[in-house]
Design a protein around this ligand. Structure first.
Ligand SMILES: [Zn+2]
Length: 392
């Protein structure tokens, strides 16, 4: 229970059920990347399974890495050993000290300390961990606290049965999402992107991202964000991109349906490129802009297809909620564009534009004094944020 006035926290003890410690799943450790033999080991494990499906390959890789790690000395042990050796040298009389050896030991000590910091910062998920004092007991406590907070001890399913067994708990989660994402809609299988462009308009933004684009997305993600079920995080995919990039791209292609010819219009491509390059756009706005342009924003219209719990209608005016509505045609959005500093009458502006990209490009090429890439997307990001705050 939460700590309120004093630093003593009341606890609630449930005597029902037994709690079993769950098996630790595989999780990639960022400090492995600093080991010299990591790349050759991981690469050869990956390439030895070329004929098998992706999930089997990540499984095999995880097993190999686990085994490889087991043979490594734990970082703490290595640190103690080095400390001992350094101390031995420094205890000797000055003229007998081997300074060359001492310097190289100090180097290795420093390296291992960096690995340990990586180890803890990955667990503490505190940003100052990367900058602040390394390896203090404060970190260690932060790690332990986080782990406790993240543990799910019991869960009540839709039939009001409470489960305590970790496997059962996992099942409840999987079932929940299965139900949410399963749909009879013919368009299923791609939560946010449509397989076929609209018949009446060859929309350039429904095409499949290519290797370069996936690489860019990867670099926009947080290195330590929680990994997917394969336990491999963003830091891993970036480090292994040289030999895993093609396979990841193939996987995305398969997920996205039949490979299609690249039909991204040149102006859209240029716009995406400009967004990634712009140094004064906040990363979260860049990611937002990418999702908007690639039709991956969970608008009511899009997300409503996949869950009956999500409204298809705008929460302000009850019209069907798509991107055009949220950002340009909803009375709320129109009022926002009409206010200071834009003073734009959106109804006039979008009268003959068919897609949001056209609208954005028109805004950019207008002689409006504020219509810069950064201003437009940051403003739209604000509209998106306000929309989400109203909703959740
Ligand atoms: Zn509306």
């Amino acid at each position: 229970m939460p700590i309120t006035i004093s630093d003593h926290a009341p606890i609630l003890v449930s005597t029902e059920g037994k709690f079993k410690k769950p098996l630790q799943n595989f999780k990639f450790e960022n400090w492995w990347l600093m080991k010299e033999d990591f790349q050759p080991c991981a690469k050869s494990a990956w390439q030895s399974t070329a004929h098998r499906p992706f999930y089997a390959r990540t499984n095999h890789l995880a097993g190999t890495l686990k085994e490889w790690c087991r043979k490594k000395k734990p970082i703490n042990q290595e640190l103690n050993l080095l400390e001992e050796q350094i101390k031995n040298i420094q205890m000797k009389p000055m003229q007998e000290q081997n300074h060359k050896l001492e310097a190289s030991l100090m180097n290795r000590y420093e390296e291992n300390l960096t690995k340990l910091t990586e180890f803890y910062s990955q667990r503490a998920k505190k940003h100052w961990a990367t900058k602040g004092d390394r390896n203090t007991s404060y970190f260690h406590n932060a790690v332990i606290k986080r782990r406790r907070k993240n543990q799910i001890v019991s869960i009540t399913d839709t039939n009001n049965v409470t489960h305590f067994n970790p496997e059962k708990i996992a099942h409840v989660f999987v079932d929940y999402f299965k139900q949410n994402f399963q749909t009879n809609n013919a368009d299923h299988g791609r939560p946010y992107l449509r397989t076929q462009p609209d018949a009446h308009q060859q929309d350039p933004t429904t095409s499949i991202p290519d290797k370069q684009e996936i690489w860019q997305i990867l670099n926009e993600m947080r290195r330590n964000a929680s990994p997917g079920p394969d336990g491999l995080n963003v830091a891993f995919y970036i480090a292994a991109w040289e030999w895993i990039g093609d396979d990841v791209t193939d996987l995305v292609m398969q997920q996205e349906g039949e490979p299609q010819p690249r039909v991204i219009a040149d102006n859209t491509k240029a716009l995406l490129k400009q967004i990634w390059k712009a140094k004064d756009i906040a990363p979260r706005v860049q990611t937002f802009a990418w999702r908007l342009i690639r039709k991956a924003l969970p608008t009511g219209k899009r997300a409503g297809k996949y869950s009956k719990h999500i409204d298809k209608e705008c929460s302000r005016c009850s019209a069907e909620e798509d991107e055009q509505h949220i950002f340009f045609t909803c009375p709320y959005a129109r009022a926002a564009w009409f206010a200071k500093p834009w003073y734009i009458r959106m109804d006039n502006f979008i009268s003959n534009s068919t897609s949001i990209i056209t609208i954005i490009l028109n805004l950019l090429s207008s002689d409006h004094p504020h219509a810069s890439l950064t201003n437009i997307f940051t403003f739209m990001w604000c509209l998106w944020k306000v929309r989400n705050e109203k909703l959740f």
